[in-house]
Design a protein around this ligand. Structure first.
Ligand code: 13P
Length: 252
């Protein structure tokens, strides 16, 4: 099954009405003009901007996503946002298990899996994030760590339409440092083979695997050319129209 390239902008805790909407409108304008987009684009603004960004990108083909969701659909969980609430705002995606949430909020694989399953139950596609810390890479434990996180975080019912996996080495996020293309290829091959064992070869072949961590216009083409990389999850560079657009254009 051919996998369509996907480039996702994770705005993290950035963006106010003025700059966020200007960015969304500019990307929507380019997308509408492009017409034949061979890549799929999604924006994951902070919760405060999801509704407004949704209006700004209407009919552009750009999809919308949340940066997190609660495992429960509703209830007494002050400050949290549920997957059905994201769906209600016409989101297609929910990022779960980002390393910043694992670090800032102590999220475990079990919780990430529960969040991913909540996303699927709401009709969203979960973008499940995994990746090793620097000390783990230095200790030669990358593949083991990635495998454990993947198998622990993957939702029941994972399939090409419901699940995307993002490999984001923690030490590459926001640092300007990236693994070599060989290192990225090695991890993506491991993820694909673990998915094949867990879900069967056909399902595994259809699931998109993104790379994230210091993706820029200047390195995107090289990274996206790596076998098994189906696009990118982009942080800092997704806040700049020209940078993010150039990254999208670098998709295969
Ligand atoms: P940067 O692109 O800023 O390194 O962030 C990557 C990331 O964490 C995307 O989710």
């Amino acid at each position: 099954m051919a996998r369509r390239s996907l480039v996702v902008g994770n705005w993290k805790m950035n963006g106010f009405k003025a700059d966020g909407l200007a960015l969304a409108r500019a990307l929507a304008g380019r997308m509408r003009h492009r017409g034949d987009a061979r890549f799929e684009m999604a924006l994951c603004p902070p919760f405060t901007l999801i509704a407004a960004v949704g209006d700004a990108i209407a009919n552009s083909g750009i999809a919308l996503g949340g940066q997190d969701c609660h495992p429960k659909p509703k209830g007494a969980h002050t400050g949290d946002v549920s997957a059905p609430m994201l769906k209600d705002l016409d989101c297609r995606f929910a990022i779960v298990g980002h390393s910043e949430r694992r670090a800032d909020h102590g999220e475990t694989d079990a919780l990430v899996k529960a969040k991913a399953e909540a996303a699927l139950a709401a009709g969203l596609t979960a973008i499940v994030c995994i990746g090793e810390r620097e000390a783990e890479r230095d200790a030669g434990r990358t593949l083991q760590v990635v495998k454990t996180q993947l198998l622990g975080s993957l939702p029941k019912g994972a399939a090409p339409a419901t699940t995307v996996v993002a490999y984001e080495p923690v030490w590459a996020i926001g640092t300007g440092r990236t693994p070599t293309t060989a290192e990225i290829g090695e991890v993506h091959a491991l993820i694909r083979s673990e998915l094949a064992q867990a879900l069967g070869k056909t399902t595994a072949e259809g699931i998109r695997l993104l790379y994230g961590g210091s993706v820029k216009a200047s390195n995107a083409k090289e990274i996206f050319a790596v076998d098994g990389v189906d696009g990118g999850l982009v942080g800092g560079a997704s806040l700049d129209v020209d940078e993010f657009w150039a990254i999208a254009e670098a998709c295969r």
